[in-house]
Write a protein of this length. Structure first.
Length: 95
């Protein structure tokens, strides 16, 4: 994760250093998501975990119905696996 400035500055993206806009924005968004006090996982259509906030890391333990194996989000039961797949597919179709 990119280091965040100690005193946030509110520069428009056009004023950010050239070539760093996407990196800076990604760093800020990750920091914001990390502050949310419920589990948040950002996944792609293949269920690869692109980002998990601290709460998700803490709560996805051995007794949780979801697990992250490697970097892939999986459901522990076949019924939950089908529901997870359908939910993610639906979310990506809606956009």
């Amino acid at each position: 994760m990119l280091p965040l400035p100690s005193h946030p500055t509110f520069l428009p993206p056009a004023a950010w250093p050239s070539g760093r806009q996407d990196d800076l924005l990604a760093g800020w968004l990750a920091a914001i998501v990390d502050e949310i006090d419920y589990p948040v996982l950002l996944v792609n259509a293949q269920l690869d975990v692109l980002h998990a906030n601290r709460t998700a890391d803490a709560e996805l333990g051995d007794d949780h119905p979801l697990q992250v194996t490697g970097r892939r989000l999986r459901a522990r039961s076949p019924q939950d696996a089908l529901a997870l797949r359908e939910s993610v597919d639906s979310a990506f179709q809606r956009g």
